[in-house]
Write a protein that binds this ligand. Structure first.
Ligand code: HEM
Length: 523
């Protein structure tokens, strides 16, 4: 820590004064009234890159700059690593899988997982997404028909739906999200972010920062510190692991028994096949494979459900756009029926421009992963596309970075840059994608020049899965239902709880994370 303090290299970068020597801005960032509140404020004051206070008087760089993000995530390989505290917390949640792995180890995980996430493979899941989407509609319909004024917590319905989708697509297994309200997984995940990641205490924040200075053998012990958030995390992880272990041994037997290998198309079977044909020295171990299942279950459901919830929230605020999307879906349905098909093909869904733009705009405006933490593995020069003015009044286009420097990538900030998204970047307006020319933007991210799925070798492996799922579910939802403001006047805020979660202002402890909407059946 002393060495890091001495090697401060950001003295000439402007930024807000640190509110505390002990915590820096660590506490303030977790206490924002809304996700992005501080990022947007600081961007207005200092430009797209600025300095914030770290723990024990250290400095951190925060950036939303396109070129800087491209450099960190897409051009530097593993030179900007995940911090140890982030790795340990991730491993507590998800086990020793792809998200916690670093360097060569990560490459090994990614190599085994990549084949299961190719575009042709994912397209085969479309009819599954549509089936489960329809099941959700069939279950929701009687509830809203019976009581048209009923307020529906749509995020809960979507989470149950996406849990079933990931269960079937990834493991050919029914998690019972829609059919069983007592589903052990639903129970384990319910309220998880509120219990483990919202408003961590000052001491927990500091304690975790200090993990970065501990030797690896001690890092194996810290998750067992008897802290409520850690206990809850490990309990949830144990439940998911238990199911994963059973499924894994069953699947391994099925897939590796002769003659059955090619009949299984779920992600896990593909992974087991890919792993078995690897050189034994680079194969994933059983606990790593089980961690992959934990990861897919966790990363593969709440993320998509949450993004869809935010899209419906915006569609309630923009009823004309909602009507435009419904008309587009209906027209596509008629064309599809006229040619003798009974289901939308991937081409049909891809041709729905207003739907796709609403999804893209929601990913931009409401990035559920709103920032990512990294540290510089070695000295470097960080290039900027948006030059900044230093404390001495000089304009600079690059920042020297010392090895060990902590950097926070503001995904929420980048997604609101006026230079990239236009003067109306602070408004939800899907039509911006009709006017934006992506070839004139600096290329970042894996999709639509957005940073929401991150980028490069550690970018979201499931982005295409999620996109097809959102396209299919949106078509089903909007064709069947209309979404409007609930009778009660709810003020929704975006709280930082690891992921960005929707909460009714003033009702956090009463309702938990909810997205209340009025839902009626389209006549
Ligand atoms: C709207 C939906 C989603 C969003 C916004 C999202 C976002 C992200 C982000 C920002 C990362 C980088 C995390 C980091 O560097 O620490 C990531 C990684 C990952 N995501 Fe997603 N994700 C979504 C859906 C999914 C789905 C559906 C799956 C699986 C089916 C998935 C699986 C993963 C995995 C396995 C990683 C780790 C990749 C690696 O480290 O190489 N995600 N995601």
């Amino acid at each position: 820590a002393v060495r890091r303090r001495r090697s401060r290299s950001l003295d000439n970068i402007r930024g807000p004064p640190s509110p505390s020597w002990l915590h820096g801005h660590g506490v303030a960032l977790t206490r924002q009234n809304e996700v992005g509140e501080l990022d947007f404020k600081w961007m207005k004051e200092y430009g797209a890159t600025w300095r914030i206070g770290g723990h024990l008087g250290t400095q951190q760089l925060m950036t939303a700059d396109p070129k800087a993000l491209q450099h960190i995530f897409m051009k530097s390989g593993y030179n900007y690593g995940k911090r140890k505290d982030v790795q340990v917390v991730t491993e507590m949640f998800l086990g020793p899988g792809i998200v916690a792995a670093e360097g060569d180890k990560h490459q090994r995980h990614r190599k085994i997982m990549n084949p299961a996430f190719s575009a042709p493979q994912l397209r085969t899941f479309l009819s599954l997404f549509q089936d489960i989407g329809l099941q959700m509609c069939e279950k929701l319909k009687p509830e809203v028909e019976e009581n048209p004024d009923k307020t529906v917590f749509i995020n809960k319905w979507l989470a149950r739906t996406t849990l079933d989708i990931i269960g079937q697509a990834a493991f050919d297994y029914d998690y019972g999200g829609l059919s069983n309200s007592e589903s052990p997984l639903l129970k384990a995940y319910s309220g998880l972010f509120l219990d483990t990641a919202l408003y961590p205490s000052k001491w927990l924040i500091l304690y975790r920062s200090l993990w970065n200075y501990l030797p690896n053998f001690l890092l194996r012990i810290v998750p067992y510190t008897p802290i409520k958030a850690h206990n809850r995390t490990r309990r949830t992880a144990r439940t998911v692991q238990g199911i994963g272990r059973e499924l894994f041994s069953q699947k391994t037997k099925e897939v590796l028994s002769s003659g059955k290998a090619d009949t299984h198309k779920d992600v896990m079977s593909i992974l087991i096949k890919a792993n078995s044909s690897e050189d034994p020295r680079t194969q994933l171990a059983e606990d790593e494979m089980i961690a992959e299942m934990q990861t897919l279950t966790f990363a593969g459901h709440e993320t998509t459900a949450s993004t869809l919830s935010w899209m419906l929230y915006e569609l309630v605020k923009h009823p004309n756009y909602q009507a435009k999307m419904r008309a587009e879906i209906k027209a596509a349905r008629q064309a599809m029926l006229a040619r003798g098909d009974s289901r939308f093909s991937m081409e049909d869904l891809d041709s729905m421009t207003t739907v796709m733009n609403a999804i893209k705009e929601t990913l931009r405006f409401h990035p559920i992963v709103f920032n990512l933490q990294r540290y510089a593995v070695k000295d470097d020069i960080l290039p900027l596309s948006e030059p900044i003015i230093t404390t001495t009044g000089e304009e600079i286009h690059a920042i020297p970075i010392k090895a060990g420097q902590w950097i926070t990538a503001s995904l929420a900030g980048y997604n609101r840059l006026r230079s990239v998204w236009g003067e109306d970047a602070d408004e939800w307006n899907p039509d911006r994608f009709l006017r934006i020319d992506p070839t004139k933007q600096i290329r970042v991210g894996v999709f639509g020049n957005l940073m929401t799925f991150s980028a490069g070798i550690r970018g979201c492996i499931g982005w295409r899965f999620s996109l097809i799922e959102m396209q299919a579910l949106t078509a089903e939802l909007l064709e069947n239902f209309e979404f409007a403001r609930p009778k009660e006047d709810y003020d929704i805020v975006r709280l930082p709880a690891g992921l960005m979660i929707p909460v009714v202002r003033g009702k956090l402890y009463e309702l938990g994370s909810v997205m209340p909407l009025r839902v009626s059946v389209v006549q």
